[in-house]
Design a protein around this ligand. Structure first.
Ligand SMILES: NC(=O)c1ccc[n+]([C@@H]2O[C@H](COP(=O)([O-])OP(=O)(O)OC[C@H]3O[C@@H](n4cnc5c(N)ncnc54)[C@H](OP(=O)(O)O)[C@@H]3O)[C@@H](O)[C@H]2O)c1
Length: 343
């Protein structure tokens, strides 16, 4: 068993809480199967943080740590990552703060500071990666550290793992993905006659859609994931401006119903295709034939299909896309930093 690895969690919303619960549930598996002992040292929120020097104290709240009497003892108002880093032995930062795709903050500052201070980083937050993926990757390389972001590219659906590791050496001719559960749920319901507003309301009631679903329904969440996949798997250097984006807000129900009646399916597809030496990236509602690998990906499910020169077409579907799925993807990335690299 290696010595305990300090973990700092930035962001204690739905994903952060699910991550802490998972640390509790999986601690025995982490020890016995991977020889990993993760030690949650601190949890940061926007106005301070919880910190403990005792083993398993923060985990013992199982994601329900609050400002009540027990939590108050551990709460430090105004605690920030910058204040914390110089005082702690480096380990891994788990970045789960709310994401701003224009500025990248607060995650961008967190990730830069952590890498500079010698911490590995796993992140569910997409904003920092949209704003400065190359800079962050360079910084991680320079410091011989890992920066992993599977949780930001479709949560538990393994998009990067398949593209980067499983298809290594193959030329990827195209990528198509259903990368957003909310829009896929809405379109699936519209194919069965529901109006757009009705389907969105249902998605909200089921906890699939966020309170503000604008980035999802206008296609930008899909575009962000496509961007990260394009730049990480294909080595491109796209920005969001290079992706043509059309969402689903203006689609009439009759178009979705007609697709189903013709034995086809209407999906919001993020697509990268190669024409000559150039790649084109776009997000658009698309009609899929029954033979398409993503035809049967319905409801809040997601999927991705890669066409390659030597490995044929490789498709992955499924993977939980809720906070628990994202937390599991963060944990998977941590395991792959510490356990796999020591094999
Ligand atoms: N929800 C999902 O299923 C899912 C899936 C994949 C990826 N993601 C990404 O994961 C991230 C977290 O999602 P979520 O659903 O957990 O969001 P959330 O519920 O809104 O939680 C965000 C957390 O970030 C904290 N925060 C904001 N500014 C901060 C700062 N400067 N320092 C420290 N903490 C700060 C908030 O603190 P307060 O508690 O003080 O407000 C809150 O605890 C987002 O970037 C999201 O896009 C989410």
């Amino acid at each position: 068993m290696r010595s305990p690895i300090p973990v700092v969690l930035a962001g204690y919303g739905s994903v952060g809480r699910a991550f802490v619960s998972l640390l509790c549930e999986k601690s025995e598996t982490l020890r016995s199967r991977y020889g990993l002992d993760l030690w949650l040292r601190a949890i940061l929120k926007s106005d301070g943080g919880f910190i403990s020097d005792s083993r398993n104290e923060l985990e013992s709240f199982r994601g329900r740590l609050g400002r009540g009497p027990a939590g108050a003892r551990l709460w430090r108002p105004g605690l920030t990552l910058k204040l914390l880093l110089p005082t702690a032995k480096p380990g891994v930062l788990v970045e789960c703060t709310s994401s701003d795709i224009r500025t990248g903050e607060p995650g961008l500052g967190h990730i830069r500071s952590a890498l500079k201070a010698g911490w590995h980083v796993v992140t569910a937050s997409k904003g920092p990666l949209v704003v400065d993926l190359n800079g962050l990757r360079q910084l991680a390389r320079k410091k011989h550290l890992s920066l992993k972001y599977g949780a930001a590219t479709a949560a538990a659906l393994p998009t990067l793992d398949v593209g980067v590791y499983s298809l290594a050496g193959a030329e990827i001719l195209s990528v198509e993905g259903i990368l957003n559960g909310t829009t896929n749920y809405i379109l699936t319901r519209m194919q069965h006659g529901a109006g757009y507003e009705e389907a969105l309301r249902e998605a909200r009631e089921k906890g699939i859609a966020e309170r503000n679903p604008t980035l999802d329904v206008e296609g930008w969440d899909t575009a962000v994931k496509l961007l990260l996949i394009a730049n990480s798997v294909l080595g491109l250097n796209l920005t969001l401006r290079d992706i043509q984006v059309e969402g689903i807000t203006r689609l009439p129900t009759r178009k979705a119903v007609a697709a189903r009646e013709e034995g086809k399916a209407l999906k919001l597809i993020g697509r990268i295709s190669k024409s000559g030496l150039r790649y084109k990236a776009e997000v658009a509602p698309s009609i899929l034939d029954r033979s398409h690998p993503l035809f049967g990906v319905d409801g809040a499910s997601k999927g991705i299909t890669f066409a390659t020169d030597t490995m044929g077409t490789v498709t992955v579907t499924g993977g939980k896309s809720d906070p628990r799925g994202a937390a599991a993807a963060l944990l998977k990335d941590i395991i792959n930093i510490f356990a796999v690299s020591s094999n």
